[in-house]
Design a protein around this ligand. Structure first.
Ligand SMILES: *Cc1c(COP(=O)(O)O)cnc(C)c1O
Length: 389
């Protein structure tokens, strides 16, 4: 038997997802004529590989859109994060600070770099890394040794912080930037979910050495698969481009490489799709804002829940609209998820906190009461731009 609250939520959801029997995915892209035109043009008249002019056009358009000096198109957001960590100087055996509330790819990119995630606490309001609590923690647990920050308990170097803009809501990256400068560690921004999100009028991604946006199929705009690494540092961009192409030295016919590189470049077909999507982004963002406002009006006054709010001074892209259950209603979360999914409305739980996942259960971690409480209380709702006109 579904609870009264679950039934009420389903009833409200029918305003947004009206057709009984139809499947409403968590997030599906809105694709149109321009997407078809660009992909076909790429196929017929250009290269389908990473040498396509569409890759260069996408990079230029992304840099212009976010205001970054450089954009490097990559094969996925996860690859971009790995690349950013490596270029930022993360070494095998290091620890990298990472929030416990994120998609698993954030921690996996750290592991791919041979480092260990060290989980840090998140904020109740924006779900990003909590700067003040992290500072107190580092004061107690870490020390400076010969210009490096070292975890006193493990003896390992702490070389970077990965900040995450969760569900598209900007985290407090200016405070995290200041903290990273004080502790001489690199800041990398996981902005995978945050294309089109702004703090104080500036697109997210300018506080870290680099930021990475994902164009996976379920993100706000898609390349099918892919992403982009953004940076204002010319040397960083050049190095990222170089190691993403097998660290091959430029030469007309010789194959000479100067480092262990990666095959992380985006292909032309993906870039053609992403460029068309980027040109539609203002319209998509307006739709997603209307959808978020519609959900807010719909659920206003319903006892036992609230909607996760856009952080103050920020403009979120509202990638996923999230319901937050009151503390005394959290036992109803699974019942609500089951009821909505039984009616083909693809509501989803938040990611299980990363410090609880078996491959990271031994990793160092701050206290994670907030992460665990958020996990127990949040339900993500279908947020496709096609749900409003
Ligand atoms: C989607 C996502 C990624 C990974 O991006 P892919 O393009 O799927 O590899 C990383 N971090 C977060 C927070 C994400 O949501």
């Amino acid at each position: 038997m579904a609870s009264a609250l679950a039934e009420k939520i389903l009833d409200k959801m029918r305003q947004v997802c009206p057709e009984e029997g139809r499947f409403y995915p968590l997030h599906e892209p809105l694709l149109g004529r321009r997407e078809e035109d660009y992909v076909l043009d790429c196929l017929r008249n250009d290269h389908v590989s990473s040498v396509s002019s569409y890759v260069r056009r996408l990079e230029a358009a992304m840099a212009a859109y976010t205001g970054h000096a450089h954009a490097v198109a990559v094969s996925s957001g996860t690859a971009g994060l790995h690349l950013a960590l490596v270029v930022a100087g993360v070494q095998p055996g290091d620890e990298v600070l990472c929030p416990s509330i994120s998609f698993v790819a954030s921690a996996n990119a750290i592991a791919h770099a041979g480092a260990l995630p060290h989980f840090v606490a998140v904020s109740q309001t924006d779900m990003g890394v909590e700067a003040e609590a992290l500072e107190v923690y580092l004061q107690a647990k870490a020390e400076q040794k010969e210009g490096r920050l070292v975890n006193k308990a493990t003896g390992r170097r702490i070389s970077a912080l990965m900040a995450v803009h969760v569900l598209g809501h900007p985290c407090n990256s200016p405070a995290l930037k200041a903290l990273c400068e004080r502790y001489t560690i690199a800041l990398v921004e996981d902005a995978a979910e945050a294309v089109g999100s702004y703090r104080a009028g500036q697109h997210v991604g300018h506080d870290g050495r680099a930021a990475v946006i994902s164009f996976n199929g379920n993100k706000t705009i898609t390349a099918g698969a892919g992403g982009v690494l953004l940076t204002n540092d010319t040397g960083f961009a050049e190095r990222a481009r170089h190691v993403s192409t097998q660290a091959k030295q430029p030469h007309p016919y010789l194959f000479e490489h100067d480092a262990v590189g990666y095959n992380y470049r985006m292909g032309g077909l993906n870039a053609a799709l992403a460029l068309a999507q980027l040109e539609a982004l203002p319209e998509l963002l307006a739709r997603k804002r209307r959808l978020a406002e519609g959900y807010a009006a719909l659920f206003e006054g319903l006892d036992g829940i609230r909607l996760l709010q856009e952080p103050k001074g920020c403009q979120s892209n509202h990638w996923l609209v999230a319901l937050v259950l009151d503390e005394d209603r959290k036992h109803e979360r699974l019942g609500i998820l089951a009821l909505l999914n039984a009616h083909k409305i693809e509501a989803r739980a938040l990611w299980a906190p990363l410090h609880t996942q078996p491959m990271y259960a031994q990793a160092p971690s701050m206290g994670q009461a907030v992460a665990e409480a958020l996990y127990e209380r949040i339900i993500c709702l279908p947020s496709s731009p096609g749900l409003v006109s």
